[in-house]
Design a binder for this molecule. Structure first.
Ligand SMILES: Cc1cc2nc3c(=O)[nH]c(=O)nc-3n(C[C@H](O)[C@H](O)[C@H](O)COP(=O)(O)O)c2cc1C
Length: 255
């Protein structure tokens, strides 16, 4: 155990923040951390957009359907950014089709995700509270318009942070035996049985979190989430295609 691990094991998302600005030095430091994160083929195919305009924050909150986003002290949107490297090649006279392929897209997507998480760890090490916002993809086309994203870019996730004004109970996680396998994937014979204890633990967690608000068991929440799928989010691939990426869905997957 060391301090880094203690901080990571104490992670909880924060959605209420003090009305207090974060110093530009802190922002500069955590951006340096994001920038130094490992990068697929060192191509650095991601970018970050700092949202400082209150009107834009409001518009993003609207897309997220989460009003607290509008009052977030700091908000960054991580994006896949293949545009920059396509331009770097183009300015040398190369217009190469590979700039559009899904390999490039996923490189940018993973780069952006791990840079965001590195930033989270850095922020949490300084006792700031953070929350990811996958809900920016509730309407990807709107987000793209709002941020003036050029072709070969795509929003990945939002990251809000600030001085925390709440300390929610640590949210329990499913037992590692359901998630860690040796050498090959292991299906469970009966998942409901396997998560029985976790369902019970989660109910206690929700009771602790908000006594007035009874929440269903984890297993029921999973069903609800699948029942309430967002059709716009289910069609994200089309938006990725509109951004100029080639989904190449008919390509052969054997050599
Ligand atoms: C990719 C991703 C997207 C998320 N999107 C949202 C979001 O849109 N809104 C939100 O309030 N929390 C969001 N979260 C936070 C999760 O709800 C949270 O991590 C989860 O409930 C576990 O709680 P904990 O982080 O407090 O342990 C997101 C987390 C991840 C990793």
């Amino acid at each position: 155990m060391n301090t880094t691990i203690e901080i990571q094991l104490n992670h909880r998302s924060i959605r209420k923040f003090r009305d207090q600005a974060i110093s530009p030095e802190v922002i500069k430091t955590v951006l340096k951390v994001a920038n130094q994160t490992a990068s697929s083929t060192a191509a650095q195919s991601f970018s970050m957009i700092h949202i400082t305009c209150p009107k834009k924050k409001e518009a993003i909150a609207e897309i997220c359907k989460q009003p607290y986003v509008a009052t977030m002290p700091e908000l960054f949107i991580f994006i896949v950014d293949v545009y920059r490297n396509a331009r770097i090649a183009m300015e040398q006279g190369y217009d190469l089709p590979a700039k559009k392929d899904m390999d490039r897209f996923f490189q940018g997507f993973t780069d952006g995700c791990i840079a965001a998480q590195n930033m989270v760890t850095a922020l949490e090490s300084m006792n700031f509270g953070t929350v990811y916002l996958g809900s920016i993809l509730n309407n990807a086309e709107e987000m793209i318009k709002l941020l003036d994203l050029p072709e070969l870019t795509f929003p990945i996730v939002g990251l809000g942070f600030g001085y925390p004004a709440e300390k929610p109970a640590l949210k329990p996680r499913m037992d590692l035996k359901l998630k860690v396998f040796e050498n090959s994937y292991q299906c469970q014979e009966n998942y409901l049985e396997a998560i029985k204890d976790y369902d019970a633990v989660m109910n206690t967690y929700y009771d602790l979190r908000d006594e007035s608000k009874a929440l269903p068991a984890f297993s029921q929440q999973i069903v609800q989430r699948l029942q309430n799928a967002n059709p716009l989010r289910a069609a994200l691939l089309q938006v990725i295609q509109k951004q100029g990426f080639d989904l190449n869905v008919n390509a052969s997957v054997t050599q």
